[in-house]
Design a protein around this ligand. Structure first.
Ligand code: PA5
Length: 421
């Protein structure tokens, strides 16, 4: 069982304990509605019950398809943007390579330089496969990247190229039919889940299975978190605690939430988190701006602003509690000014920096802390489910629809006009 604990440290006096408790109680109906899943959102709640898209039969299907690719490939190009690639990338880049298949990410930019870099990285690969992921295959970035990669595969492998193509598209759409005609392998994009809530579905699980990750452990972590959250309708529900504190801080004038971490490996996870909360909450002139800081590096850039700048923000720390890496500092005869650290490990020094930062920043604003046991698949499964549910609860508290994103259509209209669509 992955234990994720929530606490807050407040030496600023901004939120009193009684005030917080009263608000938790007031928010209980918002929690209740989210835990049950509301009828009005039924077409977008496919993620709510993890077994729906990550039950045993599905996992077997993802594994079976992955095995075929894994046996032959040394590279899998994953084409997708936003919710269609961020969860898998967060796990892949945090936990490190598990086998000989390298995932190469494409379709998340229109930069010609980046597209060429992808092609360059494929030159030395012997056996390339592609997984093109799109709920709505009208999205420009994956659309044009897929065309470039198809062209590459066709040139290199000739007519048999289609056996190297997997698409994860919405069933019975024109793009699904096109893929079927071409003889590609098809995986369904869950029709009842929007992109940013698809971490526990083929969108994320299939490419991770190809790259050798333990997707069963990931699903177990998510299911355990689902049971934990759904069985607690009290003010101690951890998703409610987190959602309540952050929405209260917004009311107190804090408009920015920084997801802060002392493990740079969380960088891609933070990108996933920013999309989840940014697209879900940022509407009707509401929502916190989700940003992140990677410490200790950013203490030397943004730390000044966080401590003393415009009082617009608060922080949520991700703190990994179990030591899994060690790097002892070697002793040295040289008088380099760091004698006081002799015999210490990077782990201890990093923790000291975290505790000191928490102490200093919590004098300015309440700091929220999510304690996470370790970096592994099970933990990531739990984290994905936790934040998805916490986001739903937060949106219920502020009264916005967590599952739409009409605002992103505005620039697209202008862009399509410029491109002559
Ligand atoms: O959460 C969402 O629905 C979006 O951010 C999508 O994930 C993103 O726009 C990519 O869409 P698509 O999978 O249709 O290419």
């Amino acid at each position: 069982m992955t234990d994720i604990n929530f606490k807050y440290v407040d030496n600023s006096g901004l939120i009193g304990k009684e005030e917080y408790k009263a608000r938790l109680e007031r928010n209980l109906p918002s929690l209740d509605r989210a835990l049950k899943g509301e009828e009005k959102y039924k077409d977008t709640l496919g993620w709510h019950n993890v077994s729906l898209w990550a039950g045993e039969e599905w996992l077997e299907k993802y594994e079976e398809t992955a095995l075929r690719v894994r046996k032959d490939a040394d590279a899998l190009v994953v084409i997708g943007i936003g919710g269609s690639n961020q969860a898998a990338r967060a796990v892949y880049e945090a936990l490190g390579r598990k086998n000989d298949v390298e995932i190469i990410w494409a379709g998340n930019t229109i930069s010609p330089y980046s597209m060429n870099e992808v092609l360059k990285s494929l030159e030395n690969k012997k056996s390339v496969y592609v997984d093109c992921i799109a709920k709505n295959f009208e999205t420009l970035e994956p659309g044009i990247a897929f065309r470039v990669i198809r062209n590459f595969l066709d040139k290199r492998y000739g007519d048999s190229y289609s056996s190297r193509v997997i698409v994860t598209f919405t069933e019975n759409t024109p793009s699904w039919n096109m893929a079927e005609k071409e003889g590609y392998t098809l995986l369904p994009f869950p029709s009842n889940i929007g992109g940013r809530y698809t971490a526990l579905s083929p969108i994320c699980l299939f490419p991770l299975a190809v790259a050798g990750f333990d997707i069963k452990a990931m699903v177990k972590g998510a299911k355990d978190m689902e049971s934990r959250l759904k069985s607690d309708h009290s003010i101690l529900n951890v998703a409610l605690e987190y959602a309540t504190m952050r929405t209260m801080l917004k009311e107190k004038g804090k408009s920015v939430e920084l997801l802060s971490y002392f493990e740079p490996r969380f960088f891609r996870f933070a990108k996933w988190w920013k999309q989840l909360f940014g697209e879900s909450e940022g509407k009707e002139d509401k929502g916190l701006l989700p940003m992140d800081t990677s410490y200790s590096e950013d203490l030397h850039s943004l730390g000044q602003f966080v401590q003393d700048g415009s009082p617009m923000l608060f922080e949520t720390f991700l703190n990994v509690t179990e030591r899994e890496s060690t790097c002892p500092l070697p002793s040295d005869e040289l008088e380099d000014g760091f004698k006081y650290l002799d015999g210490k490990d990077f782990w201890e020094i990093n923790k000291a920096a975290f505790n000191a930062t928490l102490a200093a920043h919590s004098r300015r604003f309440p700091c929220l802390v999510l304690e996470i046991p370790r970096f592994d698949e099970e933990t990531y499964g739990a984290l994905f489910y936790f934040f998805q549910m916490a986001c739903y609860v937060s949106c219920n508290i502020t009264g916005v629809n967590p599952f739409d994103q009409n605002g992103v259509e505005d620039y697209k209209k202008d862009m399509f006009k410029l491109l002559g669509k």
